[in-house]
Write a protein that binds this ligand. Structure first.
Ligand SMILES: Cc1cc2nc3c(=O)[nH]c(=O)nc-3n(C[C@H](O)[C@H](O)[C@H](O)COP(=O)(O)OP(=O)(O)OC[C@H]3O[C@@H](n4cnc5c(N)ncnc54)[C@H](O)[C@@H]3O)c2cc1C
Length: 465
């Protein structure tokens, strides 16, 4: 490539029979194409390759290698740290790859690498089935799954990776392979938590569960009652049956339906429930031991709804285009001293969209051993996230400061690392701590499949030398 030829022009000449679209800075659609979910991320790739199929992906991987260009992989573009894009490099944008094929007999679903969870949940729900995903329907299947995948069904069905039966991949060499228990099992082990470090996943196959209608919704108490709620919650949820999931939060009541007007924008503590069954009475019976110990809530809203309705319940509050800064931690126990720290920062949320969640990662997520997949923290009970969010760029420093200060004040009570999908750019030591004893094996597998670290725009596992 001559110094005057842009990567996009070079790609148009060299990447032959490309079925998707090659977009460079000179193209009208470039501004829209470079946009990711977090408006704080403002990167300018040299080439955005919207790939239509695995052959397109393989061609772009080879092009990036040949031209020594940094490469990012984009699934749903939701990554908080902006790891689905890169300055002056190549973005493999998988968004055109939208196949969703449910096999109700085998109870599996095959999912194209560019799908979002809303697309998958809608298709599987037609058969009364679901696989565990996250809590916002616009999140990409790719990034969420490869980092672990926690959400409303974690306690009953495990993490997304615990249901990932197989993946079709394009490696750094451009070669296409399958990763499953029988084929390239080391790769299958590594991608279940190891993120996009090992190749581009063009198709996922997930196990499905009988989850159709769920009983879901929030219970809110005042923010001042937060410590009492959190102390009761921490002891209750870890002993609750697996059907019952509930994450604790500090947040604000959204200013719209279905919430009563007098609660709009009120800061609250609360629990967002998901009972994986359709029986409202059975759900109420399981929640009762907690509710009986606590004061009358401001609102108690769980009700029967289709699983996809729960999965998209937060979409309106968190559309694309807000400023996001978040930090995270794995948590084994929540001692009273930690509850006090939560009380302080929970009452100091800088904007109404800012929130702290404690997602349960026990129940079925504890069934595998720490070394069974790359996800090492099978002994942690929660993944915490401190999300500073606001539409206004003027508030970036306030949301960033709150998130960092909250997270750091709780570090003495952390299990060690954090969920890689909810980290920002926090340095190599933090990545290593998040994989713990699995890091060295990951680094060795990385050396086998990507020795030159082509796939490094991620929470990076460095190839063992
Ligand atoms: C509003 C919001 C809600 C969220 N809720 C949850 C939740 O409930 N549970 C949860 O677990 N996480 C949640 N997350 C975190 C989410 O898992 C990460 O942000 C994840 O990176 C998003 O995946 P993506 O495909 O949309 O991201 P992208 O930005 O497209 O990609 C992020 C990373 O994933 C890799 N990647 C993506 N697709 C592929 C692929 N097909 N092959 C190889 N590598 C790939 C890329 O290398 C990149 O490093 C949430 C994030 C947001 C912003």
């Amino acid at each position: 490539m001559s110094s005057v030829t842009s990567p996009a022009s070079a790609a148009r000449q060299e990447v032959t029979d490309f079925k998707g679209r090659l977009i460079g800075p000179e193209d009208g659609e470039y501004e829209e194409a470079r946009d990711v979910y977090n408006a704080m991320i403002d990167k300018r790739p040299a080439l955005i390759a919207r790939c239509a199929d695995p052959d397109d992906v393989a061609k772009v991987v080879r092009f990036a290698v040949d031209h020594d260009l940094p490469l990012a992989i984009r699934g749903g573009g939701h990554n908080g740290g902006g790891l689905g894009t890169v300055d002056d490099g190549v973005v493999i944008d998988l968004s055109p790859m939208k196949t969703v094929e449910v096999d109700p007999q085998a109870r599996t679903v095959r999912v194209g690498g560019g799908c979002t969870w809303g697309e998958v949940d809608a298709a599987t729900n037609e058969h009364g089935l679901a696989t565990p995903s996250g809590i916002i329907s616009t999140t990409g299947v790719g990034g969420l799954t490869l980092g672990g995948g926690l959400g409303h069904l974690t306690r009953k069905c495990g993490l997304s990776i615990d249901n990932l039966l197989a993946a079709e991949m394009v490696l750094a060499s451009g070669e296409r392979v399958r990763a499953s228990a029988d084929e390239n099992p080391d790769l299958h082990w590594a991608i279940r938590g190891g993120g996009g470090n090992f190749g581009v996943v063009t198709e996922f196959t997930f196990r499905l569960h009988d989850v159709d209608t769920v009983v879901a919704g929030p219970t809110f108490w005042t923010v001042e009652q937060g410590p009492e709620v959190l102390r009761t919650y921490r002891d209750f949820i870890t002993a609750a049956p697996r059907e019952l999931n509930g994450f604790f939060l500090y947040g604000s009541v959204p200013p719209g339906d279905p919430f009563p007007e007098e609660l709009h924008l009120r800061q609250v503590s609360g629990i967002v429930w998901c009972y994986a069954g359709d029986d409202e009475d059975a759900a109420a019976k399981e929640m009762a031991p907690l509710l009986e110990q606590l004061p009358e809530p401001l609102l108690h809203g769980p009700q029967a709804m289709p699983h996809p309705a729960l999965q998209s319940a937060f979409d309106g509050v968190y559309p694309k285009g807000d400023q996001w800064y978040w930090r995270a931690d794995f948590v084994k126990e929540i001692p009273d001293e930690a509850v006090d720290v939560h009380a302080k920062y929970g009452a100091e949320m800088p904007t109404w969209k800012s929130t702290m969640h404690l997602y349960p990662i026990d129940g079925a997520a504890h069934d595998p051993d720490s070394s069974d997949t790359a996800w090492s923290y099978r002994d942690a009970n929660w993944g915490s996230v401190f999300a500073g969010v606001d539409p206004d760029p003027a508030n970036v420093e306030a949301i960033r400061r709150w998130s960092i200060d909250y997270n750091e004040a709780l570090r003495p009570y952390s299990a060690g690392g954090a969920y890689v999908n909810m980290m920002m750019d926090e340095g190599q030591e933090r990545v290593r701590a998040s994989y713990r004893d699995n890091y060295d094996r990951l680094a060795s597998i990385k050396a086998t499949y990507d020795k030159d670290n082509l796939f490094r725009v991620n929470q990076n596992i460095q190839p063992q030398t």
